[in-house]
Design a protein around this ligand. Structure first.
Ligand SMILES: Cc1cc2nc3c(=O)[nH]c(=O)nc-3n(C[C@H](O)[C@H](O)[C@H](O)COP(=O)(O)OP(=O)(O)OC[C@H]3O[C@@H](n4cnc5c(N)ncnc54)[C@H](O)[C@@H]3O)c2cc1C
Length: 387
């Protein structure tokens, strides 16, 4: 087939989630997913740490987490194919946000928003924090928020589960790269492929992660998304520490338990943008380790076993995802990109785009404020106090 109702560009977590929800909402719809690399070598999804939290300030992000985390806890049932259930190893060990004294008021305000949306959050002052996690150094902490129902999972398990379900429900997975979209007739009707052919469709979904701006450049659609490299490390310590949640510390240190050790890093927001996958093998020792050892002295003697890099698909407008279409110019081209923390929102965002395509509007969570209009109007919609 070279003609589909919907052509999804990019077969990472966003593209596959969209395909699954499209087929769920309308089994008769014909869907293809174009993905150049079946190994997903450089895709952000396989490099993610798998964390999923409800600790946001924006109601849309909290609502997306509520749906997505619930979905992930039922993933084996939801994505089973022929009685075979995918394993994503969901660990409900919670998320812990630490803020300095200057961040306490905002943390409390965010907690109120989260609770109003049904999120279970425990606020702790430094002494309560220390009682709950005796290994922590709470000296410079103003307050902490713990969301015990959050956790993490295996990103590859989620990706493969979505992929299998998309295929089983009739989505075609096409191995190719979209070189550009063709709007020469005034409306985007086809995608040109790197292999030389083309695909026609009524609707296109741009789900190419950090590569998304390249896809829409051909139709003059500005997309303020850039590739931002970040490192991830697997490390251990011999000094025992009590079971920890996913810890998000001041200055963007973020890590969680993994097997006999831990995985995480310290995100450098000033990282030069670009498709750079080089690994700085001094980064852990020079930057991550001092922050870790400061927060948990048990990490004074730690060993980093492995470091890797991956790309955040960073939305430079405001750090939030872009979920929607350019209604005036290219209404049949939808974007689902720019998350930076997209694994945890993929089920809800994919469902949202599917609702827009099938029903013409969001049906469950109203994601209008995360739409493309804010790019055109240059009106950022930022998270408050949360990166
Ligand atoms: C180190 C690291 C840790 C992270 N940790 C977390 C975390 O704990 N929790 C969380 O929620 N998120 C996390 N993230 C973010 C998360 O991984 C991403 O937000 C998410 O995977 C984005 O999914 P995607 O499908 O948009 O992008 P991708 O997974 O990158 O998929 C995009 C796909 O598009 C394909 N593509 C590119 N160009 C084209 C083209 N021209 N035509 C067709 N296809 C194309 C690519 O091959 C790729 O497979 C982390 C990211 C990194 C790098």
């Amino acid at each position: 087939m070279t003609s589909y109702d919907v052509c999804i560009i990019g077969g990472g977590i966003m593209g596959l989630s969209t395909a699954v929800f499209l087929k769920r909402l309308d089994p008769a719809i014909s869907v293809c997913v174009v993905e150049p690399d079946p190994s997903y070598e450089f895709s952000s999804t396989l490099r993610a740490s798998g964390g999923a939290r409800r600790l946001f300030s924006g109601p849309e992000n909290i609502a997306m987490s509520n749906f997505s985390i619930d979905f992930l806890t039922r993933f084996d049932v939801e994505m089973a194919v022929d009685g075979e259930a995918p394993a994503i190893d969901w660990q409900e060990q919670g998320y812990l946000f630490l803020v300095p004294p200057t961040g306490v008021a905002l943390l409390e305000a965010n907690t109120r928003t989260q609770r109003s949306l049904g999120v279970e959050v425990i606020l702790m002052d430094p002494s309560a924090l220390k009682r709950r996690f005796p290994s922590i150094n709470a000296d410079d902490v103003g307050a902490a928020a713990l969301s015990p129902r959050d956790g993490w999972c295996d990103p590859n398990g989620v990706l493969q589960g979505f992929l299998r379900k998309a295929r089983a429900t009739g989505a075609a997975i096409i191995r190719d790269r979209v070189a550009g979209l063709d709007a020469s007739s005034g409306v985007v009707r086809s995608a040109t492929l790197a292999s030389g052919g083309s695909l026609d469709a009524d609707t296109f979904v741009v789900a190419a992660g950090a590569w998304s701006p390249q896809v829409v450049a051909s139709i003059g659609m500005p997309l303020p998304i850039t590739p931002m490299r970040r490192f991830e490390h697997y490390f251990t310590t011999r000094t025992p520490i009590e079971p920890l949640p996913f810890v998000k510390d001041l200055d963007r240190l973020a890590f969680r338990p993994e097997g006999a050790g831990y995985t995480g890093s310290l995100v450098n927001s000033d990282e030069p943008r670009g498709f750079n996958f080089d690994v700085d093998h001094g980064y852990f020792e020079n930057t991550v380790w001092p922050a870790l050892a400061h927060r948990f002295p048990a990490f004074e003697a730690t060993k980093c076993h492995r470091s890797w890099s991956g790309l955040y698909e960073q939305c430079e407008l405001d750090g939030n995802a872009i979920i929607g279409n350019w209604r005036e110019r290219h209404p049949n081209v939808y974007v689902i990109a720019g998350f930076g923390h997209g694994l945890m929102h993929a089920p809800a965002a994919g469902r949202g785009i599917a609702e827009m395509i099938v029903h013409g509007a969001f049906q469950t969570i109203d994601l209008t404020r995360l739409g493309y209009d804010r790019v055109l109007n240059n009106t950022p919609y930022r998270e408050l106090g949360i990166l």
